[in-house]
Structure formats: structure tokens, C-alpha cells
Write a protein of this length. Structure first.
Length: 394
């Protein structure tokens, strides 16, 4: 068996085994590429407010009190403030959605329906865990992780198999673009080659950037290749702030509150476009103070986005003293270590967000192309099986 034939059978067998998992990830990935934009459009009526005849914004603490009064069951995980005067203040509720506060009138609004957000959560569950329950999620993650590895192999071997052994104009045209065909087999072959050629480079990037999400060893490999020490904690670097020795304060001292944290962030980074206050205790949306689920006071984490940042998903992370709002640590994306910058790039390159709307469109189209590759791949395998049976019968 020649080397090229061995690659072909590897390509065929990997596609047949992992095809269903790949099709699910590709379909859900094409939808999730524009998740934020789709949800924002569906909730546009409550996301925008009219700043006319209003010159003074209400304090965040007052808005938080109104949220607690109107929705006492809500567990706020973060508060997002935009520099756009027509944008509502967003009280994020994790996977349960969000509440929107008019910063001028104090009116609290909820989306008329959560069907769009619920649909996106369903797509995410299928994309990451095959929609399995909490106890079985590791199994779903392992299956999709293996499917992602198989998809990477398929993309690389597909490019190798596509490469013509003889460069002829007629044969090359059939592999570069769609042509009119006479049979279903010829059509499937043409579609498989054309879609595979144009989407394979993007799919290679998407599958590679998914490896650190699926496997810890892949994330650790980034630190090793960058010559940095592998972090020992299991959470992402920005998911929890580092340990700080906070000054001792009298027992019962309250947090300074969200308005002080917001003012510190605005003064520290004047050209801000969005500020996100991440709550350390979802049961205390007003204070953003010490986490009652842990021992001792906890710092407050604030993420700040600026206009024209590169990549567009880059943020500056501030760690603040919960009692004085003093900046304990400031982490700018451009000053992070090489490994941490790469990890951030891989996370947002996987959805195309790091490159803006154009990157998301390319990622979405490539994922949609993956669905057609699975279909045409199965069809070509069926044509081959039928031909083999006929030859054997003859």
C-alpha cells in the first residue's frame, strides 16, 4: 500500500468514526460564532434607553437595590456599564440571562422572552458536552475532544489528498470551484473537494485553538513552548485574582460599594468603552464585597475594554481592594506574558471574535462548510461501498 493510499484510508476511517460528532460541533459552531450579536438583536428593546431629557445617571448602588427589590430571586454575577449613553446597565445573571436597568430613570426591564438565549445555551451544551447532564458532561467533553482531534487530522490529510499529482487545468478546475455534474457521485466529489479546499485552513485553526479548551495538556504545552512555568491552579488566569494580603480592617467593615469601584476604573483607564464589575458574591449584588462563601475578604475584579484595542477582545484587568477601591494590581493585555497572550488569542480565535465581525463570518462559514464535508464524505463512502459490493457480486 502506497503512502498516499494509507493517508486516504486514514482520512476515510477517521471521518466515518467521528463524522457525527464533527457534524454536531460544526452546526452548533456556525450558530455560536454570532451568539452575542444574535442575543443582542433579540433583546434590543431592553438593551437601549433614551437619554433625552436626562442628564444625571443614578448611582449603581441604587440600581442594584432596585434589582434586588423587583427581582429578589435574581443572582447577579456581574454588572456591565457601557460608555454609550443610550445603553442600559446590564445586571448579568450567569446562564439565567440578564436584567437591564435604565441609568436615568431606574426602571428595571427583563427581555420579553428568553427563547433566543435558551437556544444559544442549548447550542453551547451540544457543542461542548453533547448536551449531556452534569454527571455525564466529562464523557460528552471527551467525545467532542476526540472528534475535534479527528477533525484536525481530516483537515490536514484532506489538503494532502487534494494536492494534485499532476497539475492539469481540467482536473484542477473541478477541485477549485463548483461545476455542473451529471451524477450524484460526481457532485459529491466536487463539493467535497471545493469546500474542503477553501475551509480546511480555517478549520485547522479552529481545531487547534479548541485543543486548550478540551485538554489541559494542550494549555500547559503553550506555557512550556513559551518557556514559562505552567500554572498550578485549575482555573483560567483571569477567572480568579491572585492572592493579596489585604490590610486589616475592623470586623464588620462594609465594602465601599460598586460606585467606588466604577469610579476607580474610570479614573485608571480614561478611554474606556465598557466596564464589567465581577461580583465575588452573587447573593450580595449591592456590595461587591467579601465573598461569604470563602474565608476572609476577597479582592474585586474589574475588566475594562477600550476603543481600538487589539485584539478586539483584549481587556485590562484591575484587582481592587474591597474596602478602599484601591488598585492592587493592573494587568494590561499587551504586558501579559507570551503564554497568557497566546491563551487569550486561542480562546477568541476559536470563535473568530479576536478578528472582529469578518473573523466571525469566516469561522461561521467554515463551520457550516464542515457540515457539508461530513455529508459529502459519508455519501462518497456509500458510493464506494456500493461499487465494492457490485464488484464482489460480479
Amino acid at each position: 500500500m502506497t503512502f498516499r493510499k494509507s493517508i486516504f484510508w486514514l482520512h476515510l476511517i477517521a471521518g466515518l468514526i467521528a463524522g457525527l460528532s464533527i457534524a454536531i460541533m460544526c452546526f452548533t459552531g456556525s450558530v455560536l460564532a454570532f451568539e452575542q450579536e444574535i442575543v443582542a438583536f433579540a433583546e434590543r428593546e431592553v438593551r437601549h434607553v433614551s437619554p433625552a431629557n436626562h442628564s444625571t445617571r443614578l448611582p449603581l448602588s441604587e440600581l442594584a437595590e432596585r434589582v434586588s427589590f423587583t427581582h429578589p430571586e435574581a443572582k447577579v454575577t456581574a454588572i456591565a456599564i457601557s460608555s454609550d449613553p443610550s445603553a442600559a446597565v446590564v445586571f448579568q445573571l450567569g446562564r439565567d440571562g440578564a436584567l437591564y436597568a435604565n441609568p436615568y430613570t431606574g426602571a428595571i426591564a427583563a427581555p420579553a422572552t428568553t427563547r433566543t438565549r435558551d437556544f444559544m445555551h442549548l447550542m453551547e451544551d451540544w457543542h461542548r458536552w453533547l448536551a449531556l447532564s452534569d454527571e455525564q458532561r466529562p464523557l460528552g467533553k471527551a467525545i467532542n475532544g476526540a472528534g475535534n482531534l479527528a477533525f484536525f487530522v481530516l483537515a490536514v490529510t484532506g489538503l494532502f489528498l487534494w494536492w494534485p499529482r499532476k497539475w492539469r487545468t481540467k482536473g484542477l478546475k473541478r477541485s477549485l470551484w463548483f461545476i455542473r455534474t451529471d451524477t450524484a457521485k460526481a457532485r459529491d466529489w466536487n463539493w467535497h473537494n471545493v469546500i474542503g479546499l477553501w475551509s480546511a485552513p480555517v478549520l485547522i485553526v479552529l481545531t487547534l485553538t479548541a485543543l486548550p479548551i478540551s485538554y489541559r495538556w494542550a494549555g500547559n504545552l503553550i506555557y512550556t513552548l513559551a518557556g514559562e512555568e505552567v500554572p498550578t491552579r485549575t482555573s483560567p488566569p483571569r477567572a480568579a485574582g491572585p492572592d493579596f494580603a489585604l490590610p486589616v480592617v475592623p470586623e464588620g467593615t462594609p465594602s465601599v460599594g460598586p460606585d467606588a469601584f466604577l469610579a476607580t476604573a474610570q479614573q485608571t483607564i480614561p478611554p474606556w468603552s465598557e466596564i464589567i464589575l465581577r461580583l465575588s458574591d452573587s447573593r450580595n449584588p449591592q456590595g461587591l464585597g467579601p465573598d461569604s462563601r470563602t474565608t476572609g475578604p476577597q479582592p474585586v475584579t474589574v475588566s475594562v475594554k477600550t476603543q481600538g484595542s487589539w485584539p478586539r477582545t483584549a481587556t485590562t484587568s484591575l484587582t481592587l481592594n474591597p474596602y478602599t477601591a484601591e488598585v492592587l494590581q493592573k494587568e494590561i493585555f499587551g504586558e501579559l506574558t507570551t503564554a497568557r497572550q497566546i491563551r487569550s488569542w486561542t480562546r477568541f480565535l476559536h470563535t473568530g471574535e479576536a478578528l472582529g465581525g469578518g473573523g466571525q463570518l469566516i469561522a461561521g462559514l467554515a463551520s457550516l462548510g464542515g457540515c457539508f464535508l461530513v455529508y459529502t464524505g459519508f455519501a462518497l463512502a456509500w458510493h464506494r461501498f456500493v461499487r465494492w459490493r457490485k464488484a464482489r457480486s460480479a
